[in-house]
Design a protein around this ligand. Structure first.
Ligand code: NAD
Length: 496
């Protein structure tokens, strides 16, 4: 099955049969491929090739660079079904989520095409007569992309489309858990490059590897920008190492996202939003809803309604019409069980969270999503456990709810459900949520590509995707031109 998908997506058979690194599907735990891992020396050689590609690509006019992304978007549209299915096999996402990820790739391609004619700088009034000033944006060089298992293709596309339009070359180090989706995405981009016809060799490359391959990108001064998505643990190592060589980084790290449920909230809407945000992708999204801060007047009702909604969620094979697929691996399952036992010790009352379908799939890890009533925001709640656990905590006044929302180390996504205009506005004000994303009457997950995506504090501070996130992939230059016959100095200085 996976072999057929890979072949139809244009991946050479040797790339997924000849290596020593096994790839397992979380669907039933079976081995679906073996890939070769790049060593740090391989990565260094690819960086040298990327640097050559950059030298040629930066001279191609930006709208012509955009044309590559237009073609790539078309190639993705033609291959959406197969790539989406491959994502399901490798990452365990349900059909709609696999397809949705490919749709995000298509959307960001469209965005990048428009952007290719809008890499605008400023003109600036000069204080000197006969002078003008302006700001121009230039390509950076080689961009390294390190991505996580849970968005095996979209995160690369967010970075790569903008980086390419900006005139850079890209090297991608995908998660060692999801190299097949990476090889397939790269094959599709190569197909687009052939159709475009004007693209230097080595403009986009993949390094399959683990932490060591990632560090080879991180430490190499020829890599101008490292965009790294993954755990805060990873970012804590990557950020300082890139900074130590004065490189640039975009860090997209862990989240611990909350919803404040106010007394005036539309509970029907909230139940649907909570279910999707807390349970979708088996709780393995960076924006997954992990904390529900419910006003004490609605807390019991929401817990009761969620318990009945959770009981109806279909758990099982992600390509067979279910809503919740498997966890990525055994380690994820164990981390979930450890968090649940810590929650019990800290006074939590746990509903759900047990292993499911172990008879049918002894080597896979399906779980029922857990709902945990907590007496307050204890240690376990402040930690991101990458699994479907929703902690529910009460609050009595809105200021306290905002304090709880902000009182965790992470700062990615947040939302409030309220029909009180004052609460909604306060939540999105400087006195409100401290997160990169703050929504009203919509859940924490499922961002659109048009906005800048990312978060504060231990989430890393990076921004990707829409708005002006493209600026992170370019260098800003300030230009002054003297068109007079004099040489007036700034600040009125005389140097005669
Ligand atoms: P992970 O940190 O284990 O791995 C992420 C990537 O980093 C992998 O490619 C891995 O090989 C690489 N890596 C790990 N240590 C490294 C090091 N020291 N140097 C260089 N590379 C290194 O994360 P994961 O388990 O794949 O993904 C889940 C985590 O990612 C969660 O914490 C989730 O919140 C986060 N995430 C964040 C975002 C976001 O946009 N903020 C998006 C997706 C996932």
């Amino acid at each position: 099955m996976v072999d057929n998908l890979l072949a139809s997506l244009g991946v050479e058979r040797s790339a997924y049969t000849m290596g020593s690194h096994p790839v397992h599907t979380p669907i039933d735990g079976s081995r679906i491929a073996s890939v070769r891992l790049d060593t740090p020396a391989d990565v260094a050689a690819k960086i040298a090739q990327a640097r050559q590609a950059f030298d040629a690509w930066r001279a191609v006019p930006a709208p012509r660079r955009g044309e590559l992304l237009r073609v790539f978007g078309e190639v993705l549209r033609r291959n959406k079904q197969a790539l989406g299915e491959l994502v399901s096999w490798e990452a365990g996402k349900i059909t709609q989520e696999g397809l949705g990820e490919v749709q995000e790739m298509i959307d960001i391609c469209d965005f990048a095409v428009g952007l290719s004619r809008q890499l605008y700088g400023l003109t600036i009034a000069s204080e000197r007569p006969g002078h003008h000033m302006r700001e121009t944006w230039h390509p950076l060089g080689v961009v390294g992309v390190i991505s996580a298992f849970n968005f095996p293709v979209a995160v690369w596309a967010w970075n790569t489309t903008l980086a390419l339009v900006a005139g850079n070359a890209v090297i991608w180090k995908p998660s060692e858990k999801t190299p097949l989706a990476a090889l397939a995405s790269q094959a599709l981009l190569q197909q687009a490059m052939r159709e475009h016809g004007d693209v230097p060799q080595w403009l986009s490359q993949v390094c399959v590897g683990d932490r060591a391959a990632g560090l080879a990108l991180v430490d190499d001064p020829r890599v101008a920008l490292v965009s790294a998505t993954g755990s805060t643990r990873m970012g804590r190592e990557v950020g300082p190492r890139v900074a130590a060589r004065f490189g640039r980084s975009i860090l997209e790290l862990g989240g611990n996202n909350a919803m404040i449920l106010a007394p005036s909230a539309d509970l029907d809407l909230a139940v649907r939003a909570i279910l999707f945000a807390a349970v979708g992708t088996a709780g393995q999204r960076c924006t997954t809803l992990r904390r529900l801060i419910a006003h004490e007047s609605v807390r019991d009702e929401i817990v009761a309604r969620l318990k009945s909604a959770y009981a109806k969620v279909r758990i099982g094979h992600p390509l067979q019409g279910n809503l919740v697929g498997p966890l990525i691996d055994k380690a994820a399952y164990e981390a979930m069980q450890n968090a649940l036992s810590q929650a019990r010790q800290e006074g939590g009352k746990v509903h759900g969270g047990e292993r499911r379908l172990s008879d049918e799939y002894p080597d896979a890890y399906y779980v029922s999503p857990a709902l945990v009533e907590m007496p307050g925001q204890t240690d376990v709640v402040r930690h991101e456990t990458f699994a479907p656990i929703l902690y529910v905590m009460p609050y009595s006044d809105f200021a306290e709810a905002i304090r709880l929302n902000n009182e965790v180390p992470q700062g990615l996504s947040s939302c409030v459900f309220t029909t009180d205009l004052r609460e909604a506005e306060l939540f999105q004000s400087a006195l409100g949520s401290d997160c990169g994303i703050a929504n009203v009457n919509i859940g924490t997950s499922g961002a659109e590509i048009g906005g800048a995506f990312g978060g504060e504090k231990e989430t890393g501070g990076g921004r990707e995707s829409g708005s002006d996130a493209w600026k992170a992939y370019m260098r800003r230059q300030t230009n002054t031109v003297n068109y007079s016959r004099e040489l007036p100095l700034a600040q009125g200085i005389s140097f005669d």
